[in-house]
Ligand binder design. Structure first.
Ligand code: ADP
Ligand code: MG
Length: 614
C-alpha cells in the first residue's frame, strides 16, 4: 500500500472508534453492508439527476444511471459502481474520513446513550459506508466528481488506522468501490448470494441494479403506481428501503391528485418513535421529489415541524426542478403542497383512530409529544389535532384514556365547559379536594399529568366551541347540588367568613361559602390567570430569585363538622379558633401546591396537638 505518491491520512478519532467496533464486533448480519453501499450509490445518482437538471457543465454527461455489481470469485472481490456525483479530493476526506457527513453519527450517539451492545445497535441503524469493513480487509474507492475540474482518485484503507489518497487513471464519473473480501467472507463473491441480497434489501432502489450485466431489481417509483397494484408487503419493503428503517410502518397514506396540483404522496408512520431512542430532535423524513427527481431528502418547512417523525415521499410535477433548498421554504407552491398533505395526514389519523381505537391508543402512547407539540405550534391544524389527543379522566379507569370527543359525548346537558385539572399523577389529583364538587355532580374532569399538558391546555383554550377550564381556579360556575347534612345558617356563615377574612388579612382575596365541597372543610381557589404549581416549579428551577405571591380565594364548606364547630368556637374560644383557622388555610394551600414555607404550620400544629392532649 505504501507508495511515494500516496497521501496518508489518519481517521478522525470517532471513525477509528467506530471501525474498531465494526471490525471486531460479533455482529452476525454482516450482509447489510451491501444495502448500505447500494443506498449510497443510489443517493449519489439522485444527486446527479438534480445536478443535471440545474447545471450545464457535468463531466461525462450521459453515462447510464445504474448500479453495477461485479462478483469475482477468483479474485475474491466484490465491486459496486455507480455514475453518480462522485467525490472531489476534499469531499473524500470529509465524507469518508470524518464523522461530519455520515449517517454513522446517529449510530455512535445512540450507542453512547443506550449502553446497548454494538451488535444490537448495528442491526438497528446500520453503520453506513464503514459496514464495508465487516466483510472486507481492504476497501478501495475509485471516484471522479461531476465537476469539470475534478480528477480521478483512489482512496484505500484496511480499516485500521487510516487511509491513503492517490491520483488514478481512467476513472469514469461516479464511484467504484472494490472490496477485497476477508478470508471467511468470500461468500459475497458468489453471484447467487449477492443477487439474493439485492432482491431482499434493495428491490426499490430507483435505479437499475445490474449484476454481471443483468438487471435484478424492479425499478419503479412506488408512489406513482396505482394503489390497487401494490401489495402490503411491497409497501412495507418500500418503507424500510426509503426510510432506511428497521421497524414496520404503523399507518400509511397513499394519495394522488391531478388538480389543482399534481401531487403523488406516499407517507408512512413508523411504529417506533425515533426521538425516544436517544436521538435528539430528528430531521423531517418526508422527501420532496419532482417527477421522480429528488429535490430535498429532508425538506424543512414542507410539512409542519411536529410531523417530522413521518417518512416517505411527496412528488409534485408542478414544482420547478431547479428549486433550491434555500428558496424552497419561501415558495408558495411548496407551502400549498405541504398544506394539502398535512390535512390529508390528519384526516388519515382521525379515520384510523376511529377505526381501531386500541391501536391508536398504543401508537399515541409512544408519539404523544408530537401531537401535543402540534397543538401548541400548528395553528391551522389545532382543532384536527385536538381530536387525536388522549388522556385519563375522572371517568376512565387508571391507565385507560379518552379523547375530547368522548368527553363531550358524555357531557351533561347544558354543560358549557370542559373541565380539567393539572397534577403530577392520577393518585395525587384524586386525593385533592378539588374533584369533590365535580364528582357529586357527575361532571367529568380531564387529568393532565404530563409535564407539557398544562401548556397544551393553554394553547388549546377550547374545543368544539367549549372552553377548557381548570377546576383549581376561581370562576367555575356550578349548579346547586343536593348535599346532605345540616349547614350553618346564612348569618352564621357570613359571620364566620368575616372572622376568617379579618384573621387572614391580605393573604386571601376573599372568603366565601361554596357549593363545591363535600368531604373537605375548605378549598383554596387560585386566580384564573395564576400559574399552576407545576409551572411555578419550573420557573423556580430556571431562576432562583423567582417569586410570585399567589393570593387565593378560600371557599368554606358550611356543612362540614369542623366548620360548624369553628363557627361557635370563634365566639367561645377565640384563641383556639384563630389557630384552627390558620391551620385550615395552610392545609388548603398545601392541597393547592402553594405552601412554600411550612415552619409556622408545624409550630401551630404542635401547639394544637398539645391542646388536644390537654
Ligand atoms: P450517509 O449515507 O448516511 O451519509 P455513509 O457512511 O453511508 O453515510 O456515507 C458517508 C458519505 O460518503 C455520504 O454522505 C456521501 O457524501 C459519501 N459517499 C458514500 N458513498 C458514495 C458514493 N457512492 N458516491 C458519492 N458519495 C458517496
Ligand atoms: Mg449511506
Amino acid at each position: 500500500m505504501s507508495d511515494a505518491t500516496a497521501e496518508k491520512h489518519v481517521f478522525q478519532a470517532e471513525i477509528q472508534q467506530l471501525l474498531d467496533l465494526v471490525v471486531h464486533s460479533l455482529y452476525t448480519d454482516r450482509e447489510i453492508f451491501l444495502r448500505e453501499l447500494i443506498s449510497n450509490a443510489s443517493d449519489a445518482m439522485e444527486k446527479l439527476r438534480h445536478v443535471e437538471a440545474t447545471e450545464k457543465d457535468v463531466h461525462d454527461a450521459g453515462l447510464p444511471l445504474q448500479v453495477e455489481i461485479i462478483a469475482d470469485k477468483e479474485a475474491g472481490t466484490l465491486t459496486i459502481q455507480d455514475h453518480g456525483i462522485g467525490m472531489t479530493h476534499d469531499e473524500l476526506v470529509e465524507n469518508l474520513g470524518t464523522i461530519a457527513h455520515s449517517g454513522t453519527k446517529a449510530f455512535l450517539q445512540a450507542m453512547k446513550d443506550s449502553g446497548k451492545s454494538p451488535e444490537t445497535m448495528i442491526g438497528q441503524f446500520g453503520v453506513g459506508f464503514y459496514s464495508a469493513f465487516m466483510v472486507a480487509d481492504e476497501v478501495k474507492v475509485f471516484t471522479r466528481s461531476w465537476r469539470k475540474d475534478g480528477e480521478g482518485l483512489v482512496w484505500t484503507s484496511d480499516g485500521t488506522s487510516g487511509y491513503e489518497i492517490e491520483p488514478a487513471e481512467g476513472v469514469a464519473r461516479g464511484t467504484k468501490i472494490v472490496l477485497k473480501l476477508k478470508e471467511d467472507q468470500k461468500e459475497y463473491a458468489e453471484e447467487y448470494r449477492v443477487k439474493h441480497l439485492v432482491e431482499t434489501y434493495s428491490n426499490f432502489v430507483g435505479f437499475p441494479v445490474m449484476i454481471d450485466g443483468k438487471r435484478v431489481n424492479e425499478v419503479e417509483a412506488l408512489w406513482l403506481k396505482n394503489k390497487s397494484e401494490i401489495s402490503d408487503d411491497e409497501y412495507k419493503e418500500f418503507y424500510k428501503f426509503q426510510a432506511k428503517a428497521f421497524d414496520e410502518p404503523q399507518y400509511r397514506l397513499h394519495f394522488s391528485a391531478d388538480a389543482p396540483l399534481e401531487i403523488n404522496a406516499l407517507v408512512f408512520v413508523p411504529s417506533e418513535n425515533p426521538e425516544n431512542m436517544g436521538f435528539g430532535k430528528v430531521d423531517p423524513g418526508v422527501a420532496l421529489y419532482c417527477k421522480k427527481v429528488l429535490i430535498d431528502p429532508e425538506p424543512k418547512g414542507l410539512l409542519p415541524d411536529w410531523m417530522r417523525f413521518l417518512k416517505g415521499v411527496i412528488d409534485s410535477a408542478d414544482l420547478p426542478l431547479n428549486i433550491s433548498r434555500e428558496t424552497m421554504q419561501d415558495s408558495a407552491l411548496v407551502r400549498k403542497i405541504g398544506t394539502v398533505i398535512s390535512k390529508r395526514v390528519l384526516k388519515m389519523f382521525d379515520k384510523e383512530a376511529d377505526a381501531d381505537p386500541e391501536k391508536w391508543r398504543a401508537f399515541y402512547k409512544k408519539f404523544d409529544r408530537f401531537f401535543k407539540e402540534g397543538v401548541a405550534t400548528d395553528f391551522a391544524n389545532k382543532e384536527a389535532l385536538a381530536k387525536l389527543l388522549r388522556f385519563e379522566t375522572s371517568m376512565t379507569e387508571a391507565g385507560e384514556v379518552a379523547g375530547l370527543k368522548d368527553y363531550l359525548s358524555r357531557a351533561k346537558d347544558g354543560q358549557e365547559e370542559i373541565y380539567y385539572i393539572v397534577g403530577n399523577s392520577r393518585d395525587q389529583i384524586e386525593a385533592s379536594p378539588y374533584l369533590e364538587a365535580f364528582k357529586t355532580r357527575g361532571l367529568e374532569v380531564i387529568y393532565f399529568t404530563d409535564a407539557v399538558d398544562e401548556y397544551v391546555a393553554d394553547s388549546l383554550a377550547e374545543f368544539d366551541g367549549k372552553k377548557l377550564r381548570s377546576i383549581t381556579k376561581g370562576g367555575v360556575d356550578l349548579d346547586d347540588a343536593e348535599v346532605e347534612g345540616e349547614a350553618l345558617s346564612e348569618e352564621e356563615t357570613t359571620a364566620l367568613c368575616e372572622f376568617l377574612k379579618t384573621e387572614f388579612g391580605d393573604k386571601v382575596t376573599k372568603v366565601g361559602a361554596g357549593k363545591r365541597l363535600v368531604d373537605s372543610p375548605v378549598v383554596a381557589l387560585v386566580p384564573e390567570d395564576a400559574m399552576t404549581p407545576q409551572m411555578r416549579q419550573m420557573m423556580k428551577a430556571m431562576d432562583e430569585n423567582f417569586s410570585d405571591e399567589v393570593k387565593v380565594e378560600l371557599e368554606i364548606n358550611p356543612r362540614h363538622e369542623l366548620i360548624k364547630r369553628l363557627a361557635s368556637a370563634k365566639d367561645d374560644n377565640a384563641d383556639l379558633a384563630k389557630m384552627v383557622a390558620g391551620q385550615l388555610l395552610d392545609n388548603a394551600l398545601m392541597a393547592a401546591g402553594l405552601l412554600e414555607d411550612a415552619r409556622d404550620t408545624v409550630r401551630r400544629m404542635n401547639e394544637l396537638m398539645a391542646k388536644a392532649l390537654g
